[in-house]
Design a protein around this ligand. Structure first.
Ligand code: KG4
Length: 340
C-alpha cells in the first residue's frame, strides 16, 4: 500500500501545502503574502490572518493537483515550530482538525529539520541526487544561520550557529536602510550581480569556533552608510550595485570561512546548503568554487525548495511516518528552538 503524506507549512509568511506519495512529490502549492511589503518586514498579526484565509484553498489545491482525495491520505505532517506563534497556530490547528476528522496520524515537523531534508524531495521525473550521511549542512534563512552535522534524518547536531542576527536578517535590514524594499535578499542578489564586490570593505566578526555573528556587520554598514549619506544624500542611488555586491561578498565570506573550518576539522566533504539565503547566487557560486578547489561533493537545492515550502515538511513527515513517529493532539506549537 502507498504512503501518502499531506504536508502543511505556516511558520512565517507563506501558507503552503504539498502531497508526497512514497517519497515522491505530487504537488506543492505556496501562497505568499504580499501584505507585508508595505511594512518592510513580516507583521505577525497580519500573517496569521492571511494564513486563515489561505489555508483551506491552498490545501484544497495541493490535493487537487496531486489527484489525491483526503480519504487517501496516510497522515498529515505539519510544522510545529519554530516560527511565529500566531502563524504556526493556524497550520497546527488545521492539521490536527483534519487528521482527527479523517482518523489518521499526525506527524509534527521541526521547520529547520525540514529545510535540511529538502535535499531528499524526489520529483517524479527528476534525477535524484541526495547527500549521503553523514553530511554537513549550512542552514541559512531569515531567522537562522547554523552549521549542522547530519548523521541521519532524525539525528542532527548543531556544530555552530549565530550568536545574534541571522545572515538573512542582516541582508534584509541592510536592504531596508538603503530603502531598497523587502525582502532584501532577492533585491540585493539581483543588484550584486552588476556591482563590484571589492568596492567597499565592511567589518568581519572574530568569533571563536564555528559560531557566527552578523550584528557587527549590520551596525558597521548602518554607520558607514550614514556617514556617506551626509556627504551625498543620493549615495545609495549612486552606489547601490557596488554596495549590494560588497555586502553580499562579506556575508558569503563569513559563511564560507566557518564552513571550510568545519569541513576541514570533521573531514566530511559531503556539504549541503539549505534555507532562504541558499537562493543567493553569490553563495551558490562560492559553493561551486569550493567544490572545485577542495573536492567537496556539494548539494544545492532547487530555488523552489530554498525558501519556506510544505514539500520539505511532507518529506520529513514521510520519514517520520515510516518510523511511526506520530504526534499526539495535545502537542502545542512552539516559537523558538534550534535543531535538537
Ligand atoms: O527560509 P526562509 O524563507 O525563511 C525562514 O525560515 O527564515 O528565508 C528567508 C530569508 C530572507 O531573509 C530573505 O531575504 C532571504 O531568505 N533570501 C535571500 C534570497 N532569497 C531569499 N537572501 C539572499 N539572496 C537571495 N536570493
Amino acid at each position: 500500500m502507498s504512503t501518502i503524506i499531506l504536508g502543511i507549512e505556516s511558520s512565517c509568511d507563506d501558507t503552503s501545502a504539498a502531497v508526497i506519495k512514497d517519497g515522491v512529490l505530487l504537488s506543492s502549492v505556496i501562497a505568499s503574502q504580499a501584505v507585508h511589503e508595505a511594512y518592510g518586514g513580516v507583521v505577525p498579526e497580519l500573517a496569521s490572518r492571511a494564513h486563515q484565509q489561505n489555508i483551506v484553498p491552498v490545501v484544497h489545491e495541493a490535493l487537487k493537483r496531486a489527484g489525491v482525495a483526503k480519504e487517501d491520505l496516510s497522515a498529515i505532517a505539519f510544522t510545529r515550530g519554530p516560527g511565529l506563534m500566531g502563524s504556526l497556530l493556524v497550520g497546527v490547528s488545521f492539521a490536527k482538525g483534519l487528521a482527527r476528522s479523517l482518523d489518521i496520524p499526525m506527524v509534527e515537523v521541526n521547520h529547520l529539520q525540514g529545510h535540511v531534508l529538502a535535499h531528499f524531495i524526489q520529483e517524479p521525473d527528476g534525477e535524484n541526487v541526495q547527500p549521503k550521511y553523514p553530511f554537513i549542512c549550512l542552514l541559512v534563512s531569515g531567522g537562522n544561520s547554523q552549521i549542522i552535522r547530519v548523521n541521519a534524518y532524525n539525528d542532527m547536531e548543531v556544530l555552530g550557529q549565530t550568536i545574534d542576527d541571522a545572515a538573512g536578517e542582516a541582508i534584509d535590514k541592510c536592504s531596508k536602510v538603503m530603502g531598497l524594499g523587502y525582502p532584501g535578499g532577492p533585491i540585493i542578489d539581483k543588484l550584486a550581480r552588476q556591482g563590484n564586490p571589492e568596492a567597499f570593505k565592511f567589518s568581519k566578526p572574530h568569533i571563536p569556533g564555528y559560531d557566527y555573528s552578523f550584528s557587527g556587520l549590520k551596525t558597521s554598514f548602518l554607520y558607514s552608510l550614514r556617514d556617506w549619506m551626509k556627504e551625498d544624500p543620493d549615495f545609495v542611488e549612486h552606489h547601490k550595485t557596488d554596495l549590494a555586491a560588497s555586502l553580499e561578498k562579506t556575508i558569503v565570506d563569513i559563511l564560507m570561512d566557518k564552513l571550510r573550518k568545519v569541513v576541514k576539522d570533521t573531514g566530511i566533504k559531503e556539504v549541503a546548503v539549505a534555507g532562504g539565503v541558499s537562493a543567493n547566487n553569490g553563495l551558490r557560486n562560492a559553493f561551486r568554487e569550493h567544490a572545485k578547489k577542495y573536492g567537496w561533493n556539494i548539494f544545492i537545492p532547487k530555488f523552489g525548495y530554498t525558501t519556506d515550502n510544505a514539500a520539505m515538511i511532507a518529506i520529513t513527515g514521510y520519514y517520520k511516518f515510516l518510523d511511526k513517529d506520530f504526534c499526539t493532539i495535545d502537542k502545542p506549537a512552539y516559537s523558538r528552538v534550534t535543531i535538537k
